[in-house]
Design a protein around this ligand. Structure first.
Ligand SMILES: [Zn+2]
Ligand SMILES: [Zn+2]
Length: 336
């Protein structure tokens, strides 16, 4: 490693055993690799590592990996699995790592840190500007989250609600195929919320949202069980590929609609009590959302039972379908 140029240090860590062996067999091929080649290998790693610890552990194997691991190209390629931080593992060093990725122009990191700052750390201004940074690069989850913030006037008062801005942001995210945005926009059209009512257009968007959701659900099912019932699954998979291939080319690139990792972060953050929610503030009742209210009575509640609260029409409709229709007990029945 670098010891060759600096003189061999007498004390080495356990980790450099591999390099000791390499140093014994001259010439040292690893040292002779040009930096840009090592950087491109690390880029592959940062984009595809299964977790942040996989990536960090690789960087810790030697000084050169550690140095080149902070190359702008490597940081800009860090993928969603590496950025998927657990709320209980949040620390200053995780925060700094995200900042490094943001500074390298990593859009996913901009969005992730933006959401964490806005909702968890309650630093609304910098959270929003980070999300805006991702939104101008057409990152759909950021466009959608900014839409939710505009619809609710989050971080401000009721009068800060800007329905037209919400619809415009939502439409851009929906155009990019974001399922939650398609659903939200569909309900806006159906209800005439922030836009002139158009029930047909609303229904069409909701159907599109459902189709995409079903497609990614099927895809995740296929991924989960690649070997069991091989013939049966194989047949379904081929059939599904035909549908998605001919129907919409961008569909095959859609992530499964299990929500963005940062939604899991927010939910854990507040449920584990790592961040305090203000008096009387509530989390969105849709399990996959994790957005908290930023002021009292910010979220819409179920008009039938009044016991659940949602950040958006999209979350309400989805939770109704998944869960709440079985649990909703209207007021009148409570009184009996
Ligand atoms: Zn929600
Ligand atoms: Zn209800």
């Amino acid at each position: 490693m670098e010891e060759n140029s600096r003189g061999i240090s007498p004390r080495r860590s356990k980790r450099s055993t591999v390099h000791k062996i390499a140093a014994a067999n001259e010439p040292n091929l690893f040292d002779e690799l040009p930096d840009d080649l090592v950087v491109s290998v690390l880029c592959k790693l940062s984009s595809s590592a299964a977790s942040s610890s996989d990536f960090i552990n690789a960087l810790l194997t030697c000084k050169r990996f550690k140095r080149l691991g902070f190359h702008q190209l490597v940081l800009s390629n860090v993928g969603s699995k590496v950025l998927a931080v657990k709320a209980k593992n949040w620390s200053d060093s995780v925060h700094r790592f995200l900042i490094h990725c943001v500074n390298a122009g990593n859009v996913e990191a901009c969005y992730t840190l933006g959401m964490i700052r806005f909702y968890s750390l309650q630093n609304r201004g910098s959270g929003m500007s980070l999300m805006a940074k991702a939104a101008v690069k057409s990152y759909a989850p950021a466009l959608y989250s900014l839409a939710v913030i505009q619809f609710n006037g989050s971080g401000g008062s009721r009068t800060d609600k800007d329905l037209q801005a919400g619809v415009a942001l939502c439409a851009r995210a929906a155009f990019l195929g974001h399922v939650d945005a398609l659903r939200e926009l569909g309900h806006c059209f159906q209800d005439g919320y922030g836009i002139r009512q158009n029930i047909t257009a609303g229904r069409r968007l909701l159907m599109q949202a459902n189709t995409r959701e079903l497609a990614s659900l099927l895809k995740s099912l296929v991924k989960q069980q690649p070997n069991h019932h091989h013939h049966h699954r194989g047949f379904n998979y081929e059939q599904f590929n035909c549908i998605s291939g001919s129907g919409c080319s961008s569909m095959s690139n859609e992530p499964a609609s299990e929500g963005h990792p940062v939604n899991v972060f927010l939910k854990e953050w507040f449920e584990l009590g790592l961040g305090e929610m203000g008096e009387g503030l509530r989390l969105c009742s849709h399990k996959g959302c994790g957005r908290p209210e930023t002021r009292a009575h910010e979220f819409r509640r179920c008009s039938a039972c009044g016991t659940v609260h949602y950040c958006s029409r999209g979350c309400q409709a989805l939770d109704w379908k998944l869960r709440h229709k079985l649990e909703c007990v209207p007021f009148e029945r409570w009184l009996e």
